[in-house]
Design a protein around this ligand. Sequence first.
Ligand code: UTP
Length: 470
Amino acid sequence: MNEPKTTCASPELSDQIPPHPAGLDYIFRNWGVLNREQRIRLTEQVAEIDFDRIRALHQATDGPTSEVADLGKASAPGRLIPRDIRRDNPGEFATAREIGWQALREGRVAIILVAGGEGSRLGFPHPKGQFPIGPVSGKSLYQMLVEQALAMSRRSGKVIPYYVMTSDSTHEETMAFFRVHSFFGYDAANLHFFSQGKMPAVDQRTGNVIMSAHDRIAFAPDGHGGLLNAMRTARLFDDLRSRNIETIFYHQVDNPLVRVCDPAFLGFHQIHRAEVSTKVVSKEEPDEKVGLLVEMEDRHRIIEYSDLPADLAAQRDASGQLKLRCGNIAVHLFNVDFLERMAEQDLPFHRSSKSVAFVNDSGEVVQSTENNAFKFEKFIFDILPHAQRPVAMEVVREHEFVPLKNSHGDHSPDHVRQSLMRLHTRWMQQAGWTTEESLPVEIPASVALDETDFIAHCGQTSRSNPPPAE
Ligand code: UTP
């Protein structure tokens, strides 16, 4: 929770229910059957919650949405690096790339991975980052991401500090997983784990916090926007400053195709003196469920697909493409100064309707078959409208974006593995190798980071030119 208000007296361990604000009797209704440890736990949990705020969030009619005031004014981002820039303007692309490499070589870039989500749609009983996604290697998402960072760090000759945000739901297991795998070869001194805040789930009808056991309140992580508070609490800004870091590469745990610290992206960010840059993919169909990056009054903002009126979603420009088509893939660059400024502000909470298990009077845990609860989350993209000179860079979806979200169908493990194999098979074919479409293919980050890289190091004509030493 953010700046929790202490609303309950210090732990009272007698049979007497401790003093508490009016309206919270239901939380203590099983006090008599709790042992000492359970009483302490419950009292501490209550003290962490700002009940006035929870009440206000529950009562807010639709919950705060994307702060989109007047969608009619939304247009495609002005500073948009086009998808085919590498082919159409190789000089400009090469310049940006070199500027990005320079920032990496000078150690001015760090990485933040947000990995605090509960991954409920996937239904994997561990942190999502531990999911074995490598189609041939069975490597976890964590390993695939860290290996990219490692490859970038080795090629630039400079350490890239890596910060991993976890939550109560993922912290312990994530730490143990990294330890058991020797941090996947990353220098442990440059790998930092910090935990985000949490919010209680509340009953949709009553606004009461949901009890997951007689002595436990059902908490959930406070959203990826909880990053800012978490960074402040963990004093990460001091650490970033002491390392002279200027730019953060932000990414999520579920997309193994993400191009960690893409030098061209870094370069354009710097050329435009942007405070925030965002990678986007082209949205093809009006009803596609992807958040849109738009520009309004020279500022960027994300419109959630649920907030986009159907007529606006369907508007097309003269070329026949959707007018608003920049799908947000949650890959950003943030200037450290900007993030620090934003960490002083309070981002709004968004309310979402979920099914949350609760304990009944007999002490049984019941999983609701319907959405019985509201969860409250902050979204990192709510900081975008505050950023000056924002930049968007369009990339090819099949090359850079296939998030693991669901247990079946779209964005399921099968879908993600197939997409990875298709991409790597293509790299091999472009490099002049014949491959059987049906054979599983996976190219590790230590060998190549993208198609051009693969062709340069492993192409048929460059067999004497091995991949850079790792
Ligand atoms: P999602 O919004 O897809 O949520 O997170 P999720 O938790 O992974 O999955 P569901 O919705 O429960 O099925 C996108 C990214 O934001 C991180 C996730 O770990 C993922 O990298 N995240 C999300 C956090 O770090 N903290 C949060 O509170 C929520």
